[in-house]
Write a protein of this length. Sequence first.
Length: 119
Amino acid sequence: MTWGTSAPSVLLDTWYNNNTANEGRRVVLTSIAVPLANLMGVVSSNIFRKQDEPKYLPALITTASFGGVGIVLTLCLGLWMMADNKKRDRLQGVHIKARDIPTEYLKDGPACNDFRWFY
């Protein structure tokens, strides 16, 4: 439970900004996700109640549950991105990575046939 709260938020912001090609969508996503991540600090500061000391079992269960759900969702999203990249490769008959595609082709994001997820 001591992994910190800042690092996962920054990593997530970097990850979705690298996968959102359209600048307008990126701005909207960032302006929603960053405040929402900061709002979770309110949740974490209110679950450690005095009546639960010294073990704080409800707070630790809540924290572990949020962490577990986050890990599962992240793994599912990563697997979906890999599967989508393979599907796009199969449809185009080539095997390419995100770094191989010039960014000027990607203004439409996932709607572009040449788009590949970065993971």
